[in-house]
Structures are given as C-alpha cells and as structure tokens.
Design a binder for this molecule. Structure first.
Ligand SMILES: [Cu+2]
Length: 382
C-alpha cells in the first residue's frame, strides 16, 4: 500500500517538473529573478537582494557540502565510530562568530537602503495618492492639480459576464486606467499615501516599493524615475469586491513633456470647472443631458440602462425615493445606504450630483417633474 502511494507521488512530481521545464523553455522572457526597476531605490534594493542571495548560495553550498561529505565518509558500511565528546569551546565560539559577522556584514547595506527609502526630504514635487473603493485619486500639491484614475472603460466592460467584449481583444486587460499619474523623469517625487474608506496599498513594482494607504494616516515615500516610460501596478491590499479592478499606471515623461502635460491639465480643469459651475442656475435640458452621462458612467452597472435594476439592486423606475421627497433622494446619493452595495457618491461634483438626481426623477417613466440645482448641493450638503 505505502509503496503504491509513493510510486504515485513520484509520478505526480515528475509530471509537474516536466511541465515546469516545458513552460520555462516555451516562454523566453520568463525570468526567475526580482526585477531591477527604474528608480534609484529599486536598483539599490535589487543589488541588496543579489548580495544576500549570493551569501545564501555560498552558505548553502558550504553547509550541504559538509553535510553530504560527512554522510558519505562516516557511513556505517565504512565502520565509522561516533565521537563522544561534550562541549567544545572552540567550536562554540566559531559557530557563533561566523553567523554573527555574516549578519553584521549584511546589516550595513540593508540599514543604508532602509534609511535611503525613508529619506523623503528635499523633494522636487509632492503627489498625494488617495485610495478609494475602487479607484485612485492623485493630487499634485505644488500645481493645484487633482484627478481620479479608474479602470479603463474597455477592461471594465470586458470583465463583466456576457458583456460581449472578449478579454483577449483588450490590450493591458485590467492594467490600464483612464487618467494615468504622470511624473517627470529625474526629479525627486514625494508621495503622500492615504485612503478615504478602507485600507488599500499603492504598488508599482518598477518603483521598488509598496505603500499602505490607510484612512486617517499619511504614509510617505519617494521615487526618482530614471527612464521615461509606462509603469504599471495594482492595489496590493485586499480592499473589497473590486480590489482587482483598481490598477495604477505611472507615465514618466521628460521634463519638457511633463510641463506641457501639467499646463494642458490645468487648462482642461479650469474649463471643466467653468462648465460645472454650481453657482449658476441650470436649465432642465442641461441637467438632464449631464445627468444621463453621469448615470451612464456611475450608476448603470447596477441600476441598468432601463432603470429597472437587477437582483439585489432596487429599481429607479417607479422607486418611491426617485418619485417622492427630493431630500431623501439626495441623501441616498450623497451618503449611500449603509450595509448595501449603494455607496456614497459625494465625490461627484455638485453639478453631477444635482444632474443625476434630476435625471433619475424624470426618466425611466418617473415624472417627479422637479429639478435639483447644483447650488442646493453646494450650500446644503457640503
Ligand atoms: Cu484597493
């Protein structure tokens, strides 16, 4: 019986090993080592890793060498006799000193690297990174720029069952965003990482570190990207059902291109702010048009195009909230419904909130007839 099980295990192990070797040969860019990355920190971490790896290799070879040599040369068939001594001061000192000096030898570069990773002073610019369920927000504190970065639309469509979009046709599936975080090459960038709801973690392997994004705390880190390019990462803290759908894209540009991007963003933001102005009186047509696009971008995944909802999601069509007291309707959208999938949407602009509510009250057969002005949201709900 035991024999048979062993035999089966042996065959299974052999099959796995063959499979591994096969896949190794099949994909040429399949490497086993850690990546070098594109920042000074990532390269320091890489060389530290290499030093420690080689020290471990030497120790491994020495220890196993002595062990196998002893097993071979002092085997029973050779008539080996065990030594019978107790305590040996020389041996004890030697096997304390050797590991001790190896640890000290490794602690020096490791401590240097750690101190360097924590040295966020003298930075050229600061970017605040905030994790949300399930997207990232980037604020360029020196430029007054700020935007959200969410999963790119085609990936987002393809990830849904029966969406009709084949994931094989989507480039960088689940690794692309609508608004990447753009950084200048060669400058020291300080990142301030936090979160708005639950714990997330901002992780771009090519930068060489990973930072927890914790509500109520601000964690500091820094990077100096040495090569222009596109670097991808992901949220690295299990943060809820869409944890796998909040990727990170860092685009490093040469200084001049970076400046150009900043100016373009500023102009676009100013224009959007003007169009979104909550202080003016909006017409019903304006609110309905904007409301429809806000609905399609933020609500349709659950409430559906016909407003009828789906399993577990209350319909908007004929909803007592969307046809009743407007204050209740605003409450649901601004604060969400605790304990349900209906999240708070207060991060939307005043105009977006007012418009989507107006749209819901006057679509899908609802005829509440009333409008919500952006100024109401601004003055009474912020
Ligand atoms: Cu997350």
């Amino acid at each position: 019986m035991i024999r048979r099980i062993r035999h089966r295990h042996f065959v299974a192990a052999l099959t796995t090993l063959t499979g591994l070797l096969w896949s190794f040969g099949a994909s040429a860019d399949w490497t086993l080592n850690m990546r070098k990355g594109v920042t000074s920190i990532s390269q320091e971490v890489y060389s530290l890793h290499m030093i420690i790896l080689w020290v471990c290799v030497v120790i491994g070879i020495a220890v196993f060498g002595v062990m196998f040599w002893s097993i071979l040369h002092h085997r029973k068939s050779k008539g080996a006799q065990a030594a019978h001594f107790h305590e040996n001061t020389v041996v004890e000192i030697v096997w304390t000193l050797i590991p001790f000096s190896i640890l000290i030898f490794l602690a020096v570069p490791a401590t240097k690297a750690l101190i360097n990773i924590e040295s966020t002073g003298n930075s050229d610019l600061t970017i605040k990174v905030t994790g949300y369920q399930w997207k990232w927000r980037y604020e360029y504190l020196d430029e007054g720029l700020s935007f959200f970065s969410t999963l790119e639309a085609k990936s987002n469509q393809a990830r849904h069952l029966r969406s009709g979009v084949d994931v094989a046709t989507v480039d960088n599936y689940l690794l692309d965003v609508d608004n990447p975080v753009v950084v200048p090459v060669g400058r020291k960038i300080r990142f301030l990482t936090t979160a708005n709801d639950v714990i997330h973690a901002w992780w771009v392997p090519d930068l060489g570190w990973k930072r927890d994004a914790i509500p109520g705390f601000i964690n500091e880190s820094w990077a100096r990207v040495e090569k222009a390019g596109v670097y991808r990462g992901q949220c690295a803290e299990l943060c809820g059902k869409d944890h796998g759908f909040m990727p990170i894209v860092v685009v490093a540009k040469e200084e001049a291109d970076y400046r150009k991007w900043v100016e373009e963003q500023k102009a676009a933001q100013a224009a959007a702010l003007q169009a979104d102005n909550p202080d003016r009186e909006w017409t019903k047509e304006e609110l309905m048009a904007k409301g429809e696009s806000v609905y399609n971008a933020n609500c349709v995944a659950c409430h559906q195009t016909d407003g009828k909802g789906m399993a577990g999601v209350k319909p908007i069509a004929g909803s007592p909230v969307a046809t009743g007291d407007v204050a209740d309707h605003i409450d649901v959208v601004m604060y969400g419904r605790a304990g349900t999938a209906m999240a708070a949407f207060s991060q939307l602009s005043d105009a977006a909130v007012a418009a989507v509510i107006t749209y819901q009250r006057n679509s899908f057969g609802n005829v509440a007839g009333d409008l919500v002005q952006p100024s109401t949201i601004k003055t009474e709900y912020r």
